[in-house]
Design a protein around this ligand. Structure first.
Ligand SMILES: CC(C)(COP(=O)(O)OP(=O)(O)OC[C@H]1O[C@@H](n2cnc3c(N)ncnc32)[C@H](O)[C@@H]1OP(=O)(O)O)[C@@H](O)C(=O)NCCC(=O)NCCS
Length: 186
């Protein structure tokens, strides 16, 4: 696939888009609209563990879990689990979002960001005002548009710093993104 900006060769990137290999361009882009799909989002329980592990391993974003750590949601198309996302509440006001993954053929149809919004809304309803997660640079723009900011790990709040996801060696090439929300408590 050729880069629409400079015409150089593009590699497929893990977000189902393309990444220009010209070091001076490095444009990340996505092909045109895909057909929308009916999907449902619901809370996951232990019956969904194997599907969630399948998604995490296929997306290469983690290792299989022995049990669901925190709250999880799944997205289903027909009877098939095609996406999942987790969230852990660390204290009364801090939550960490984890392992967002959508099966490749189902990406770019709104499923991933619906799961993301669902998780953010849920932890906010539970009282979280600071929400953080880690992600790769090619996702930055997407989450910046949703109000999150990249933050060097040393500037993270103590509760976030103490969560294993921000200290795991495996995720050191990922950056932390954080957003502080107004309280929803009445
Ligand atoms: C990141 C990931 C979960 C996104 O899932 P997704 O289902 O493709 O997400 P969505 O379809 O909701 O949104 C992705 C983009 O597609 C766009 N989109 C939504 N519906 C679309 C459609 N019908 N046609 C074209 N584009 C569409 C969205 O606007 C969004 O655009 P943006 O990248 O400019 O923000 C998925 O790429 C994935 O599993 N990646 C591998 C795992 C990973 O990196 N996880 C870490 C995330 S922190």
């Amino acid at each position: 696939m050729k880069c629409p900006k400079c015409g150089s060769w593009c590699a497929e990137d893990p977000t189902d888009g393309y990444w220009c290999q010209n070091p001076r361009c490095q444009h990340v882009w996505h092909p045109g609209p895909k057909e929308l799909m009916q999907f449902t989002i619901r809370k996951a329980d232990k019956r969904h563990l194997s599907d969630i592990n399948r998604l995490i391993v296929e997306a290469k974003i983690g290792s299989p879990m022995e049990k669901l750590d925190g709250q999880y949601w799944i997205a289903k198309v027909g009877g098939r689990v095609v996406g999942s996302m987790g969230a852990t509440t660390i204290d009364n006001s801090t939550a960490v979002l984890t392992t967002l993954a959508v099966e490749k053929p189902y990406r770019k149809r709104g499923i991933g960001m619906s799961l993301f919004n669902h998780a953010v809304n849920h932890v906010r309803t539970q009282g979280a005002t600071t929400i953080g997660f880690i992600t790769m640079y090619y996702h930055f723009r997407r989450f910046k548009r949703r109000g999150f900011k990249t933050m060097p790990r040393k500037f993270l709040s103590e509760p976030l710093k103490s969560h294993w996801m921000f200290t795991a060696k495996r995720y050191m090439k990922c950056a932390a993104m954080v957003q502080t929300f107004p309280s929803r408590a009445t």
